[in-house]
Design a protein around this ligand. Structure first.
Ligand SMILES: O=C(O)CCC(=O)C(=O)O
Ligand SMILES: [Fe+2]
Length: 339
């Protein structure tokens, strides 16, 4: 039986016109059918992969006090450490500890008429006792950004758009976010929800997983395992790309099941998104694709906005109520928060 989640080799893009054409077809098919695929041929070496996984393991091995010194609740930009059980998906605790890192930029001065999402821009929090973590994660950000941009150009071509159709939404100030995540084994959690069922909010997610299982995607209403394949990244479509393609491409629901007792799992999701000041365009698809669009799957509990900053702020406030209470109580009190 063919794999449900296929493996695509990005280097086929550079192997001549005919290979490129079949690659784009395979890419579009995978992103439309299951919304998840493994990516090989991305140019990131096994040594670079090991290096960022190692740095992440060293972070989680730090004393709890060192990690709590950079707790996310101290950051109005939702950056920093969250202990296991501290993040919610659909109101229920996720059993994973994680460090959230965004783009390193200065905060935007606040004042009347400045939109609330501008508060999301600002610095990261880095652990004082592990100085090598910052260069390791910033290097990973740069590599993942380059792969994500190559993929986005390929997606544009595969939808019969010009290769730079998506440039305006990331050019100059690409916006992305990453996490390093550790899922503890079952004996130390209260539940088997590593992370609850959800869709990703950005354009594309590039996920690096270590060699422990746990990731599952919803395919035809059953859970399909996306077990680790060494050397690959797992790519999935986010809600913004689903929105731009009017539902032609699928932002698939996925979750992580807690590893068995005694095991732990490390993963590094990289969420490539759009500039916070961007508005998501609706692509004009050629007739044969347009007739196959499904419209973005709308969740009445979670309306999607074409304004990127508003979308991002909404999902951050939902996921991290402690940060919302500490730093955004003015918005929550006036009902101005888009939650
Ligand atoms: O850890 C993983 O494998 C996936 C994590 C995930 O889906 C997320 O953080 O959005
Ligand atoms: Fe996800």
């Amino acid at each position: 039986m063919a794999r449900i989640v296929p493996v695509l080799d990005l280097s086929r893009l550079e192997q001549g016109a005919s290979e490129q054409r079949t690659f784009l077809f395979d890419l579009r098919t995978a992103a439309r059918d299951v919304g998840f695929f493994y990516l090989s041929g991305h140019g990131i070496s096994a040594a670079e992969i090991e290096e960022v996984l190692d740095a992440s393991r060293r972070f989680f091995a730090l004393a709890e006090a060192d990690k709590l010194a950079i707790e996310m609740v101290k950051s109005s930009q939702f950056r920093g450490y969250t202990r296991a059980g501290g993040e919610l998906t659909k109101g229920k605790a996720d059993w994973r500890e994680q460090l959230d890192i965004g783009v390193e930029r200065p905060p935007i001065p606040q004042g009347p008429g400045v939109p609330a999402w501008t508060r999301l821009q600002g610095p990261n929090q880095w652990p004082a006792s592990l100085p090598e973590l910052k260069p390791a994660l910033l290097a990973w950000q740069a590599k993942a950004t380059a792969v994500a941009i190559r993929l986005l150009k390929a997606f544009a071509l595969s939808l019969d758009q010009s290769e730079d159709a998506f440039d305006p939404i990331y050019r100059g100030e690409p916006n992305h976010r990453m996490k390093i995540v550790r899922y503890p084994g079952r004996h130390s959690t209260g539940d088997d929800q590593g992370v609850g069922a959800h869709k990703d909010g950005g354009f594309l997610t590039l996920l690096l997983q270590d060699d422990n299982k746990g990731l599952q995607v919803d395919y035809d209403r059953s859970w399909v395992n996306v077990d680790p394949l060494p050397g690959t990244l797992v790519v999935n479509i986010g809600e913004l790309l689903e929105l731009a393609s009017n539902g032609y491409l699928r932002a698939t629901i996925h979750r992580v099941v807690t590893p068995p007792a005694g095991a732990e799992r490390i993963s590094i999701p990289f969420f490539f998104s759009a500039r916070l000041d961007a508005t998501i365009p609706l692509l004009a698809l050629p007739e044969e694709l347009a007739t196959e669009t499904r419209g973005p799957a709308s969740d009445p509990d979670n309306p999607l906005f074409r304004d990127v900053g508003t979308n991002v702020l909404k999902s951050r406030l939902r996921s991290h109520p402690d940060v919302a209470r500490r730093h955004y109580s003015d918005l929550l009190a006036t009902g101005a928060a888009p939650v």
